[in-house]
Ligand binder design. Structure first.
Ligand code: HEC
Length: 127
């Protein structure tokens, strides 16, 4: 006995709807299982906010023009890079400071460059 095609269409629609609902239910169920397996509290996954004040003050060795060095040389990298170099002479430091301007675009006025060189010469420890 064959059914009229309108009835067939309705059954096909119900079958599709039912399998879709099942798929959604299975998805929700799996999510629940996954969450129940994961017993760490949700708050533990959120990283604690960074305390910016921890970075606000960099303690530098004292020396002439320390402020020029602080303002000019710590914006792109930490003080570690300049302060952990081997002992250099004035010519090498002059070249290096100028390299920061010429090659990397450091905004340092020409008359500030020798001040920074003086600071580097005075504070270098030759590590
Ligand atoms: C505009 C950004 C910027 C500023 C400002 C800056 N530097 Fe650099 N500096 C760099 C970059 C980029 C490097 C290369 C880093 C690397 O190779 O990992 C570098 C590397 C260095 C090095 C390692 C040696 C070398 O030749 O690569 C020293 C020493 C150094 N900087 C010193 C200084 C000093 C002193 C100042 C202040 C006068 C300064 N920097 C300011 C960007 C900057």
């Amino acid at each position: 006995m064959s059914q009229p095609s309108a009835t067939k269409g309705r059954w096909r629609f119900r079958a599709i709807l039912a399998s879709w609902l099942l798929a959604v239910a299975a998805g929700l169920g799996w999510n629940g299982v996954r969450e129940s397996l994961d017993d760490s509290p949700r708050a533990a996954k959120v990283p604690a906010p960074i305390d910016a004040s921890a970075f606000a003050e960099v303690i530098l060795p004292e020396g002439p023009h320390a402020e020029a060095f602080r303002v000019s040389c710590l914006t792109c990298h930490s003080s570690r890079l300049p302060l952990s170099q081997p002992t250099f002479g004035e010519a090498r430091w002059t070249e290096l400071v100028h390299k920061m301007v010429a090659a990397y675009g450091a905004p340092i006025a020409p008359d500030t460059e020798p001040k920074i060189v003086a600071y580097l010469l005075a504070t270098q420890t030759g590590r």
